[in-house]
Design a protein around this ligand. Structure first.
Ligand SMILES: NC(=O)c1ccc[n+]([C@@H]2O[C@H](COP(=O)([O-])OP(=O)(O)OC[C@H]3O[C@@H](n4cnc5c(N)ncnc54)[C@H](O)[C@@H]3O)[C@@H](O)[C@H]2O)c1
Length: 347
């Protein structure tokens, strides 16, 4: 049997403990051998879950990378701490999987991609919605040619009351932005993937911070809420003429929304929640939903990890390469820039 893939973590907090550690544990030819975290509590709990020997738990990831030979580094730190460990991982000879958002600026994203190329290692961004059964169903329709050319879409992920009180989400120093980086990045990536990654050219957007810091409304500690936005809305233009409308919030006085994406193509339209294809049949506009889904029950984070392990083992391309996440990052940078300038910006 081939040697097992040796996995190490940087950041072994909520998403690592809840999804990545169990994900790696479903890969038969992989073993988690080390972890680094600045929190001793996270290290103790995450280390135990992952079955890592105590002498392989580090408070400094650089020391871990020096002392332990790893095949794959799994980066599950807060958004602003994605770039440096990713680059260090490549320099230490690892393939790297990094949680979403890939990072918090186009410049950082380019450096991460370059470091992967220099090291000839794979970079995967954890855009887990691509591995959900709805996402896979919509992609099947697109790939079968049932949707045609997608020219307009709407992506909505509005939480009326959902400022995260956990982790570093509401802390600007660690997360950079609000719901755009938390929720918006998921639906944006899903849309771009289904649209075939068209080249974005311009963004017109605004962000708001109006109600999230009212303790009567939110469960979080308002002193810790330092990100610039609780709501973002934008309109994105692509070089091929397609456009996408995006809206995402952690706090908004709105009725409970029907979240999801909808994409309109020349042959049909698709939406998620549940996956539906809308197209003309026998002179009528008809909804098709999935009766029996071969991917039903798929666990998206586990699948994301299994596919990355498979790509590393077989020398296949990254299932979510940095170059695709860079398009998303260009749009995210565009949203904040457009909001600051009060006009449409080129991206
Ligand atoms: N894909 C998803 O559905 C999903 C869901 C939740 C979070 N995330 C992403 O995962 C990332 C982590 O989020 P989380 O909820 O696990 O946060 P968390 O705060 O629970 O965990 C992050 C961990 O990183 C550690 N850390 C911070 N700086 C570090 C450093 N310099 N070196 C080593 N460790 C460090 C923290 O101590 C903490 O234990 C974020 O980027 C977030 O956007 C993705």
């Amino acid at each position: 049997m081939a040697k097992k893939l040796k996995i190490g973590f940087v950041g072994i907090g909520a998403i690592a403990q809840g999804c990545h550690v169990p994900g790696w544990q479903t890969v038969p030819d992989a073993e988690i051998v080390a972890a680094a975290d600045i929190s001793k509590q996270a290290l103790a709990k995450g280390g135990e879950l992952a079955g890592i020997p105590k002498d392989r738990l580090y408070t400094d990831y650089r020391k871990m990378l020096k002392e332990v030979e790893l095949d794959i580094l799994d980066v599950c730190t807060p958004n602003c701490v994605h770039k440096t460990p990713t680059i260090a991982g490549f320099k230490a000879g690892c393939h790297v999987i990094v949680e979403k958002p890939m990072t918090v600026s186009v410049a950082d994203a380019r450096r991460m991609i370059e470091a992967g190329h220099d090291a000839r290692k794979l970079l995967m961004v954890g855009q887990c919605m691509r591995f959900m059964e709805d996402g896979i169903a919509m992609k099947r329709w697109v790939d079968e040619g049932l949707v045609g050319d997608i020219y307009w879409g709407r992506a909505s992920y509005l939480r009326p009351r959902g400022v995260p009180a956990w982790g570093a989400f509401a802390d600007k120093e660690l997360s950079a932005g609000g719901p755009c980086y938390d929720l918006g990045v998921h639906i944006l990536d899903l849309c771009l993937w289904l649209m075939g990654h068209p080249e974005p050219v311009a963004v017109s957007a605004n962000i708001w911070l109006e109600i999230a810091n009212k303790p009567s409304l939110m469960k979080h500690n308002p002193k810790k809420f330092t990100v610039p936005d609780e709501l973002a809305a934008g309109f994105i233009r692509f070089k091929n003429g397609a456009c996408l409308s995006l809206e995402t919030s952690w706090a908004i006085n709105a009725p409970v929304p029907n979240n999801g994406i909808f994409l309109a193509g020349t042959k049909g339209g698709i939406k998620n929640n549940p996956a539906t294809l809308v197209r003309e049949e026998a002179g009528m506009l008809v909804d098709t939903t999935v009766q029996v889904n071969p991917d039903a029950g798929i666990q998206s984070h586990h699948e994301e990890i299994r596919q990355f392990a498979d790509a590393v083992r077989k020398g296949k391309p990254s299932p979510v390469p940095g170059e695709e996440a860079l398009l998303t990052q260009r749009i995210l940078d565009g949203i904040y820039k457009s909001a600051a300038l009060g006009r449409e910006v080129k991206v």
